[in-house]
Structure formats: structure tokens, C-alpha cells
Design a protein. Sequence first.
Lengths: 118, 113
Amino acid sequence: QVQLVQSGSELKKPGASVKVSCGPSGYTFNSYAINWVRQAPGQGLEWIGWINTNTGNPTYAQAFTGRFVFSLDSSVSTAYLQVASLKAEDTAVYYCGRLSGSWYIDYWGQGTLVTVSS
Amino acid sequence: QSALTQPASVSGSPGQSITISCTGSSSDVGDYYYVSWYQQHPGKAPKLMIYDVTNRPSGVSNRFSGSKSGNTASLTISGLQAEDEADYFCSSYTTSTTLANYVFGTGTKVTVL
């Protein structure tokens, strides 16, 4: 069955960086794009963007350009989200998802809590 | 716009029907059939409930249905059950490149009285 397994919770200090992994299984990795979503505590879902798993081309929402970087390691079928220069307001659960061709997320990772605190 | 507009909360008694609206624009909901709905229970990842406006993934109860009129999409839950109490988010493809072609709704908390 299709699963997306994410790395565990992280506690980081302001100014540090974090790298979250997302390891899909149960389907051919480069058949679907991978997307990333942020959810701050008690808040709604924010679309960070997505990455084409065939070309490696990332697309970022404007609010997330600069400090947020998507990458792939196709040899181990894993996608990554790296966030640099962390701020307290980056504290959130970060989800990866499998993005279908008609723009819906049919499978989600379990989420990775990133806490930024001094 | 940065998010589709949903009511903050909707409530109903067990067995009743409720409808959640999701209002966008001609750049997203109005001109495309790429509207989906997600259910999220506390502490859990979102779950796809409806895609392409009206379609239900395998395993989703037929008590959930979707529709669209103009710039507004709707999710209806019929025969409301206690397990339906959750947050619901709509989403849509958008032509906005600043949003990276996808936008979520503001979210609606459903309470079963």
C-alpha cells in the first residue's frame, strides 16, 4: 500500500537549519510529484510548494522563497525539505504528500513537528 | 487572494446534514474542476475526502458529497455522525504563480452536537 514516512520531530535554535525527509513507498517514486504543507499550532494548512520527481524542478509559493529548499535523492526514493535561518514562527508540523495530476493530495506523510526555540 | 474562504465553524446534530462552503475566484474554484476536500482530526494528518469537485476516493463514506456553483464549492455531510467531528479544508488549483498553483481554504471546524 502507498505510504509516505517522514523523519522524526526536531528541536532547533533560532538561526539553525533543519532537513525533513519524506520516503514514499508502494508506488513508483517518479510517477507523482511531492508537495510540502506547513501547519502552525492551531492554524490552517499552508501550501509551501511542490517538486517534480522526474526533473527535480521545484516550485515554491512566494511566501516560502529563499529559506525553503526542496530536494530529491532518487537513488533512495526520498524527498527532502530544508529550512534555513529558522525563526520561532517556523514552529509547525510539516507534511509531505503525493500530488496527483489533477491537483489533489491523495496520500500524506504522518507529519514532522519542527520546534524552534532558544 | 492567499486563501479560499470557509466559515470558521459549522455544527449539527447526529443524523442531520450540514454543508460547508468554500469561496474562491475565477482564478481557482470558478474556472477549474480541481477542487478537493480534506478532513483532519486533532493530531492527525489530513485525509482526502473529495477530489475533482465531486469524486470520492475508495473507502470514503457516501455520506460525503461535493458540488460547485460559480466561484463557490461545497461539501455536504449527510447523516452526521460523531466521528465526523473534525476540521475540514477545501483546496483548489489556482492560476496564481505566487501561490505555486495551489491554495487551501481557511478551514472549518465541524462540531457534532
